[in-house]
Design a protein around this ligand. Structure first.
Ligand code: FAD
Ligand code: MLT
Ligand code: ZN
Length: 476
């Protein structure tokens, strides 16, 4: 097994020549970028934790252009890094060396929307928030929502199989994505852009590309099933004394809110401290060790309000929650949601952030935070826990004033061993990218990883698509 923390060696891909540049300038007039200042932000990830040295950024507008790019790169053995909004959190979205960056930023057209079925088809570079706004005007919503919505692209969401804040209600992209158009490494266009809810004709090939992090093909268009916009939305922000009480509150909410429960998220008091300190966000309730954000979405405000009232009364009288506030109007709903959504941003102001995105049996999720705090003692600046309780998904984050290899060595593999001992997953929703690929064996058996290697070799025999990502080094 390779040393997980070691930087991979550059693989023997070709280097870009003047002839290559001339080709790209010809097929993408004005959209083959070589200016180092313009390339700077595409070479660095959102967390500013990894940096590549690409000298070429390509900005295609059509599937045909993506196809021409990949056909050429494959024949010339040039490596390519597909990039959407560059909000990925595992170092998958930026080059490691001089891979060509293929950005979907200009592939941002909505293709069709069927207002009877709620099925949207669009190009991969549509920004998630723009799609949400488009749909809201038509009484629909996107089935996913995440803190990065203002920048991330739907193609990037699909490529990472992003989870987010609505998964509890609308399920994962593996269910809501109905079809994909993908350009394969050699330039062939795979048209699986179905808009059917049901289609059992053979293998469901689109699933291969959902969560493949740019290693198997470039997603160029997406068709997705969208839910109706709920007529009534309520958000409550509650405080709990213990994580056990928080779990009981979750159980109670599932029983009493039933089909209108659309999110159940949590953050701990350390997150609240960072929100206060770095973003000046004030705690809307009294100080507690744990906070939850519960959202209900339904079609009848009286019915939903009644259910929520009964739930809150029961939670308060059984002393599961110690304090809380309710929002029904838009601005307060947004303000309460930002207490959860902006934790990621607050962490970036606290220092260099080591991020872990773990799936566990829900009753174990906070134990990992407690154990990590004890394990690290005074070595970390902050150790915080937040995440998607409804999905059994913990975000454990550790900060330090500067990048600290000794601290990293104390966290890893401890965190992965702990996770594997509970049969958890070392990546619930962010993917493996560059940072976590060599830890894949903690969550997948060798046979499964070997089969992934076979699929990669079949679809991308020269390995030009997002090299050094997702698959472990020992498969190369
Ligand atoms: P990028 O970051 O550009 O790329 C991510 C990966 O996908 C890379 O490997 C890239 O090569 C590949 N890729 C991108 N586009 C394509 C394409 N068209 N074809 C093939 N491969 C492609 N994730 C969650 O799951 N849940 C959350 O709640 C969540 N919240 C976030 C909040 C914040 C503030 C931030 C910064 C990130 C968050 N993320 C979350 C992480 C991230 O996965 C998502 O933001 C998003 O899905 C990435 O989309 P993107 O367009 O930015 O992709
Ligand atoms: C979240 O749920 O806030 C995101 O996955 C981002 C993060 O983990 O910080
Ligand atoms: Zn998340």
């Amino acid at each position: 097994r390779p040393s997980p923390a070691a930087a991979p060696d550059r693989l023997p891909f070709s280097r870009i020549t003047q002839e290559d540049l001339a080709f790209f300038r010809k097929i993408l007039p004005g959209r083959a970028v070589t200016d180092p200042d313009l390339l700077e932000s595409s070479n660095v990830d959102w967390l500013k934790s990894v940096k590549g040295s690409s000298e070429l950024l390509l900005r295609p507008q059509t599937t045909e252009e993506v196809s021409q790019i990949l056909k050429y790169c494959n024949s010339r053995n040039l490596a390519v890094n597909p990039q959407g909004g560059n909000t990925g959190l595992v170092g998958g979205s930026v080059p490691v060396y001089d891979e060509i960056i293929l950005s979907t930023a200009l592939m941002n057209n909505i293709l069709t929307f069927d207002s009877i079925s709620g099925i949207l088809t669009c190009q991969a570079g549509c920004v998630l928030e723009n799609l949400s706004l488009y749909l809201e005007d038509r009484d629909y919503i996107m089935p996913l929502d995440l803190g990065a919505k203002g920048s991330c692209h739907i193609g990037g969401n699909v490529a990472t199989n992003a989870g987010g804040l609505r998964l509890l209600r609308y399920g994962s992209l593996r269910g809501t994505v109905l079809g994909l158009e993908v350009v394969l490494a050699d330039g062939r266009v795979l048209d699986c852009l179905s808009t059917l809810r049901k289609d059992n004709t053979g293998y469901d090939l689109k699933q291969l590309f959902i969560g493949s992090e740019g290693t198997l093909g470039v997603i160029t268009s997406v068709s997705i099933l969208c839910p109706r916009k709920p007529k009534s939305v309520n958000v409550v922000f509650l405080g709990c004394e213990t994580f056990e009480q928080l779990l009981k509150t979750f159980q109670l909410s599932r029983g009493m809110l039933g089909e209108i429960l659309s999110a159940f998220e949590f953050l701990d008091s350390e997150c609240m401290r960072l929100l206060n300190t770095h973003l000046k966000l004030r705690n809307p309730i009294s100080d507690c060790p744990f906070y939850v954000v519960i959202e209900t979405s339904g079609s009848d405000s009286t019915h939903d309000g009644e259910k929520l009232h009964n739930f809150l009364e029961k939670a308060m009288t059984s002393s599961l929650v110690t304090d809380g506030t309710v929002a029904t109007e838009d601005s307060k709903i947004k303000a309460l949601w930002s207490m959860r959504e902006r934790v990621t941003e607050a962490l970036t102001h606290d220092g260099f952030t080591y991020k872990y995105d773990i799936s566990l049996p829900v009753e174990r999720i906070y134990q990992l935070v407690t154990d990590m705090r004890e394990h690290l003692g005074g070595r970390a600046k902050s150790v915080v826990g937040y995440g998607h309780v409804g999905d059994g998904n913990l975000h454990l984050n550790v900060t330090s004033p500067v990048k600290d290899p000794a601290l990293l060595a104390a966290i890893e593999p401890f965190v992965y061993e702990w996770t594997a001992s509970c049969n958890g997953s070392i990546s619930a929703e962010h993917g493996l990218g560059l940072k976590k690929r060599n830890y894949i064996y903690y969550s997948k058996p060798s046979q499964a990883v070997a089969l992934m290697g076979n699929i990669k070799a079949m679809l991308d025999p020269k390995g030009i698509l997002n090299p050094y990502k997702t698959l472990p080094d020992d498969l190369k």
